[in-house]
Design a protein around this ligand. Structure first.
Ligand code: ATP
Length: 232
């Protein structure tokens, strides 16, 4: 299917309505446009539909009505594998596969060199972790991450983004219990993450909201406020 040009990606939600069951909409009539290179903060209370919105983006579910487009191409017209290559999700529950550290970091892209991986791991503060791996990049991680701490797992997800260059990054900051040092490293990674990228932050921290260009406030599945950060 058609794909938008890399690096110039605009995301549009057009009157999107979705519910996990037919009769209980979780998102109602959601419309917004996120221009390429901007970062959108989504805030709302528990259960307001924030996570559901990111699931729609990855097409874990499709809207009951309305549509979602990347550069005016509806997600439903893209190949799923292409779509998911262009997006990256960073959450507390980092998805790891039963594969080597290298493959987990590169999504099996063999064109990424060891040197590139080392550089990114060093930048992100994972060098000590890496140096303790019994077989270096060839060490198998396993689906549960083989003893990775929550902080390390999150940093791995950042490293992945820096190595694979997705066009749109969704950061779901569930209030995690990270030690202050890891917290600081992650703050820095977030800064770098959004330097030149289109992004969505499901924000739980005020610090992160200061980095976004626009904010959507969702309540009970509806947008109740939207606009540039400065005006809200
Ligand atoms: P939080 O801030 O707690 O993560 P949220 O804003 O991300 O909340 P969602 O997880 O999107 O909210 O949930 C929105 C609504 O959809 C809630 O009422 C929730 O119970 C419901 N819901 C979420 N996932 C499912 C599911 N897989 N099946 C059925 N209902 C679901």
């Amino acid at each position: 299917g058609a794909m938008p040009a890399a690096g110039a990606l605009t995301l549009t939600f057009e009157q999107v309505t979705f519910g996990y069951t037919k009769y209980e909409p979780v998102l109602q009539d959601i419309s917004f446009q996120l221009p390429a290179g901007h970062v959108l903060g989504i805030v709302g209370r528990t259960g307001s539909g924030k996570t559901t919105l990111s699931r729609l983006l990855f097409r874990m579910y499709d809207p009951q009505s309305g549509q979602i487009c990347l550069n005016d191409v509806p997600l439903t017209e893209m190949r799923l594998v292409d779509l998911r290559q262009r997006l990256s999700l960073i959450t507390q529950d980092v998805q790891l596969f039963d594969a080597s550290v290298r493959d987990n970091l590169t999504f099996f892209d063999r064109s990424i060199s060891d040197q590139q991986i080392h550089t990114v791991l060093a930048e992100i503060g994972l060098l000590d972790w890496y140096q303790a791996l019994p077989e270096g990049l060839a060490t198998r991680l396993g689906p549960t991450g083989n003893g990775l701490s929550a902080g390390e797992a999150q940093l791995l997800a950042f490293a992945r983004v820096f190595l694979t260059h997705p066009d749109l990054v969704i950061l779901d900051e569930a209030s995690s219990r990270l030690d202050p040092v890891t917290e600081q490293v992650i703050e820095k990674a977030v800064d770098r993450l959004f330097e030149q990228r289109t992004g969505i932050v499901i924000a739980h921290r005020l610090a992160t909201l200061q980095r976004v260009d626009e904010i959507l406030v969702i309540e009970h599945g509806r947008i109740v406020e939207a606009g540039p950060r400065a005006t809200l």
